[in-house]
Structures are given as structure tokens and as C-alpha cells.
Design a protein around this ligand. Structure first.
Ligand code: HEM
Length: 416
């Protein structure tokens, strides 16, 4: 044990971690009055930390590695085995360039355009529906959008099952028991599906256009000139498809924000693109989605007099950093205008990780998230009127990940 670090005395905090969820690290940061403390998690000593300075250290590739950091249960559900999330050094940067090249501003715009079109055509159905559940609609629409964009064939009859599998993979992290197993089965099904598609492209049975995510994954060359094996290519293509569908969660929270903060909704009705962006940033800061991210100490180092020993697992609190009162005035108030004078630091606003995405593990999909959300928000705020029937909109901070219970039901939807 690290003598100089505040140490959580519990024998093992794994259950506390699941029980306290998004607030596990924050609760202890407050208890020990320290940004950094040591605890036993999953049977091992781990260091937990939060804040801008901690994020800067965490994203220093000299100090941390990802190899060996992600638990098997997470790789078997959320990530896929041996994907980009577990890579380090040159090999990681080379693989990351592939993702960055697929998620460029023109492709973000293409995804936004498809998203707008799909919301518009859903509206025809909604006008005749008694009520709809926004989360359900969003996951199906985004699955349709992402497959179309990526060049992955998807039959109308498949949409809901494939969408549900993407969501099960995402909603398995932080879960034990049935939801974990559901996530594993979902991943297995998705991998079989996508391996088949990759094989068909490689053997020419399926035409694929250069520049699409499908083509570029299928024919990507590693630094040694070889192609990814079919399984690896499938894992990485799923690493592009699944997280775009994950935006259904942020979309649902955005709708909740429009309901909880009516004056913000009114402002958006006559808004500029900058106002939309501030609102979306605030949704990503305020509501819980990614709780924390983990890595392993690569080489012994000392930071602020604390010793970090090679091989120790370290968790960076993303949710806590986004609610750190030193960085965010009144962090528990929803206030999009705070982003008008945000300093743009790579380490203080980290709902999708910190640092430079091209140089480290920060999410390469923030531009996509922003554009897809903007298209969606514009549709909800400017194109439709709706009622919000009685429902349970509570979400729990001790479940990871979480969602308003009802998924956000809307009724009496009409065009404006
Ligand atoms: C990595 C969150 C959307 C693709 C990450 C990380 C987080 C995150 C926390 C890990 C950062 C780290 O390990 O340091 C989110 C959230 C999203 C989202 C909350 C909202 C829906 C997207 C989108 C894409 C994407 C739209 C694009 C297809 C990826 C990939 C990685 C990643 C490929 C791995 C990067 C690496 O290891 O180098 N994301 N993400 N994500 N995200 Fe996202």
C-alpha cells in the first residue's frame, strides 16, 4: 500500500463501486478531502483520482498504458477483445489514424444529414401514434443511419434486433448477472454478423465503396503491411458502429433537459448553432454516461508526492471532473451559457475522455456526437410540438450506465 495516499479501508470496494456508481470516486474525494486516494477494486489496489491536473497526468502516454487495464468482462461486452482501447504506442497511433480518418468533418456532416432525414420520415409514423419512446426511436434510427453511412447492409426487418444488441453491449458495462450475459450474447451475435460482412467484402461477394467505414476497415493495412484478421476487423468496425448508436442515451438526456429546463428550450427555439452547441456540451457535462476510465501505470513515477508503482490500475473520474466545483461554478446546475466562456482545455471537460484524440485514447467521435445531436435537437426543438405524458423520468446515479426510467415518452406529436 502507498503510505502517503489516503486509503479506503474497506476490504474490497467492488460492490461499493457498483452501488455508488457515478459518485463512488466523488464521495471518497469528499470524505478524504483529497483528489486522489487508494482503494481495493476487483481484488487489486487501485488509485482513483479526479480533476483537471489528474486528467493531464492520466493522459501522459509515458506514464500510463492500456495493455492489461481493461477487465475481461468489459472486453467481452462493451469493447471487444484486443481492440484499439487496449493498444499502446506506435501501433495505437497508427490504428487511431484509421478511426480519425473515418470521423472527419465531412463524414460528420454526412451522418448529420442522414440523421435529419430519418427523423423526418419517422415523423410521418409518429403523427399517427399515440405515444413514442424517444430512446427506442433514437437507437433504431441511429442503427439505420450508421449502417447506411458505413456501407453495412441492413434489412428493414433486422433494425430493431441489431439496435438492441448495440444497446445491450453498451448497457452491460458496470453490470453483473443477467445484463452482463445479455451483453456478451449481443456482442457474439454482432461479431458473427460483421465478420460475415467483412468476409463478403474481401471475397468480392459484396460491393463496397472506398472511403466507407466498411471498406476502410476491411482493407486497412497494419504497419507490417498485413490486413487485420476477420475477427479484429469486425471488432474495430463495431467500435465505429456501436458508439454512434450510443448517442441515443445523450439524445434522451437532451430531451429530458428540454423538459426540466423550459426556459433553455425557449432560448433554443430561436437559437444559433453556437447556442445548440453550448446546450449539447452542457448535456454531456451534466448528465451521467461515461463514469470513469482506467489505465495501468507504465513505469514508476511520483506525482504530488504520491508514488505510482508500475502495474497499478488507476481510474480517472470523468463524471466527477465534469462536476468539479473548482472547474465548474455551481456544477449541479444545468447552465448551457457556462460554455460561452469555457477555456477549451483538453483536460477539464472530459465526457468522452481527455487529451488530444490523435495522440492518446480520447474518443475520436466527439465531432460525430456533436453533429448528430445538433441535427436531432434541431428537429425536436424546431420541427415538432409534443406533449409529455405522465411517466417515470428518474434516472439513478448508482447504475452504470443509466437512463431516465421511461426512456422519455412523447405523445400528441405534430409538425410545427
Ligand atoms: C473512446 C465516450 C461516442 C468511438 C471513448 C472513451 C470514452 C468515450 C469515455 C475512452 C477514452 C479513454 O479511453 O481515455 C463516448 C461517449 C460517446 C461516444 C460518451 C457518446 C455517445 C463515440 C462515437 C464514436 C466513438 C460517436 C465514433 C464512432 C470511440 C473509439 C474509442 C472511443 C473508437 C477508442 C479510442 C482509443 O482507444 O484510442 N469514447 N464516446 N465514440 N470512442 Fe467514444
Amino acid at each position: 500500500t502507498n503510505q502517503s495516499l489516503p486509503h479506503d479501508d474497506s476490504l474490497d470496494n467492488s460492490l461499493a463501486l457498483l452501488r455508488e456508481g457515478y459518485l463512488f470516486i466523488e464521495n471518497r474525494v469528499k470524505r478524504y478531502e483529497s483528489d486522489i486516494f487508494e482503494a481495493r477494486v476487483l481484488g487489486k489496489n487501485a488509485i482513483c483520482m479526479r480533476g483537471e491536473e489528474a486528467a493531464e497526468v492520466f493522459y501522459d502516454p509515458e506514464k500510463f498504458q492500456r495493455k492489461g487495464a481493461a477487465p475481461k468482462r468489459v472486453q467481452e461486452t462493451l469493447f471487444g477483445k484486443n481492440g484499439i482501447q487496449t493498444m499502446d504506442g506506435e501501433a495505437h497511433l497508427h490504428r487511431k489514424l484509421l478511426f480519425m480518418s473515418l470521423l472527419t468533418p465531412p463524414n460528420q456532416q454526412q451522418l448529420a444529414k442522414l440523421t435529419r432525414e430519418h427523423w423526418e420520415s419517422a415523423l410521418e409514423r409518429w403523427e399517427n401514434a399515440e405515444r413514442i419512446v424517444l430512446f427506442e426511436e433514437a437507437k433504431n434510427i441511429l442503427t439505420n443511419v450508421v449502417c447506411q453511412w458505413a456501407g453495412v447492409p441492413l434489412a428493414e426487418s433486422e433494425i430493431t434486433d441489431r439496435a438492441n444488441d448495440f444497446i445491450s453491449m453498451i448497457y452491460a458495462f458496470g453490470k453483473v448477472g443477467p445484463e452482463h450475459w445479455q451483453g456478451r450474447r449481443a456482442r457474439n451475435r454482432a461479431e458473427v454478423w460483421i465478420r460475415g460482412v467483412i468476409d463478403n467484402v474481401r471475397t468480392g461477394k459484396l460491393q463496397s465503396e472506398k472511403g466507407t467505414a466498411l471498406y476502410e476497415m476491411a482493407f486497412f493495412k497494419q504497419p507490417d503491411g498485413t490486413q487485420l484478421d476477420t475477427q479484429m476487423a469486425a471488432v474495430e468496425l463495431i467500435n465505429v458502429l456501436r458508439p454512434i448508436v450510443a448517442n441515443a442515451t445523450f439524445i434522451t438526456f437532451a430531451a429530458l433537459a428540454l423538459y426540466q429546463y423550459r426556459d433553455e428550450k425557449e432560448k433554443l427555439e430561436t437559437s444559433t448553432s453556437d447556442d445548440m452547441e453550448s446546450f449539447i456540451h452542457e448535456v454531456r457535462r451534466f448528465y451521467p454516461f461515461g463514469p470513469f476510465v482506467g489505465a495501468k501505470v507504465r513505469n514508476d513515477f511520483t506525482w504530488k508526492n504520491f508514488q505510482f508503482k508500475k502495474g497499478t490500475v488507476v481510474f480517472l473520474d470523468m463524471y466527477g471532473t465534469n462536476h468539479d466545483p473548482r472547474l465548474w461554478e455551481k456544477p449541479n446546475e444545468f447552465k448551457p451559457s457556462r460554455f460561452k466562456d469555457w477555456n477549451g482545455s483538453l483536460y477539464n471537460f472530459i465526457p468522452q475522455g481527455g487529451g488530444d484524440p490523435a495522440k492518446g485514447h480520447r474518443c475520436p467521435g466527439e465531432g460525430v456526437t456533436l453533429e448528430v445531436m445538433k441535427a436531432t435537437l434541431e428537429f425536436i426543438v424546431k420541427r415538432i410540438n409534443y406533449d409529455i405524458p405522465n411517466q417515470d423520468l428518474n434516472y439513478s446515479l448508482d447504475e452504470m450506465p443509466t437512463l431516465p426510467k421511461s426512456g422519455f415518452e412523447m405523445s400528441n406529436i405534430r409538425r410545427r
